[in-house]
Write a protein that binds this ligand. Structure first.
Ligand SMILES: CC(C)(COP(=O)(O)OP(=O)(O)OC[C@H]1O[C@@H](n2cnc3c(N)ncnc32)[C@H](O)[C@@H]1OP(=O)(O)O)[C@@H](O)C(=O)NCCC(=O)NCCS
Length: 195
């Protein structure tokens, strides 16, 4: 076989390998959380938060992750959704809880290598379908208004900013608590979506 033919074969093999690995990372499923998932979610959340380094919010990447007891509570209420790869390993999660009669989204995180492939959107749409069936009329959350994968991302899914004051004392308490954790209150907002 000529050198040219060998080079073409090598290029074709490399192309197939690349295509296979791209397909591999693009496939995912969404399922309910199991207790065995809980200890694996810290690394997912930590990996996801690395994105904040790109907007000078690196302290979030180094900050505390969700309390496992809180995650377990959400799992027990069936309000913790896990995105998994082909091997059923968590690559993302979304958790929330009843808060003042609204379904309040506490955290959505997708591990760095899997971001921008629709995993976050799929977690959101699974959550919205389920909580709508459960009878919730509204979903709330707090986020950074001007960060592309926060306020803008939620706005694309129909969330709108609402005044924290109008939402009541408990929402103001969340904002105050976030301020104590170093989150700039002027950049944060409450968002809401009617179902
Ligand atoms: C927010 C987050 C969960 C989104 O998950 P994801 O799987 O990357 O998002 P998706 O692939 O479903 O995103 C879909 C849309 O968001 C856009 N998007 C995703 N990441 C983006 C980024 N870094 N910058 C700009 N747009 C982005 C995509 O372009 C896409 O837009 P389209 O629907 O118009 O095509 C993920 O970015 C993350 O884990 N971020 C760190 C943790 C975080 O900020 N959580 C939210 C706390 S309030």
């Amino acid at each position: 076989m000529s050198n040219n033919a060998l080079a073409i074969l090598a290029m074709a093999a490399a192309y197939v390998q690349q295509a296979e690995s791209m397909e591999e990372v693009s496939r995912f499923g969404i399922r309910r959380a199991r207790s065995s998932d809980i200890s694996l979610l810290e690394s997912v959340e930590r990996s996801a938060a690395q994105l904040f380094r790109t907007v000078n919010l690196g302290f979030l990447a180094d900050g505390p992750t969700l309390d496992p007891a809180v995650l377990s509570g959400m799992a027990k209420s069936n309000h913790l959704w896990i995105a998994v790869n082909d091997w059923d390993q968590p690559i993302g999660f979304l958790g929330g809880e009843n808060f003042e009669g609204n379904f309040h989204l506490v955290e959505v995180s997708v591990a760095q290598d899997f971001q921008g492939r629709g995993v976050g959107k799929a977690l959101m749409s699974n959550m919205m379908d389920q909580v709508r069936r459960e009878g919730y009329k509204t979903i709330t959350l707090t986020t950074y208004r001007d960060v592309p994968w926060n306020g803008y991302w939620y706005a694309k899914m129909g969330f709108v900013e609402v005044y924290a004051q109008a939402m009541g004392r408990k929402y103001l308490d969340i904002m105050v608590q976030e301020g104590k954790q170093g989150l700039d209150q002027a950049s944060r907002c409450v968002m809401m979506k009617a179902l």
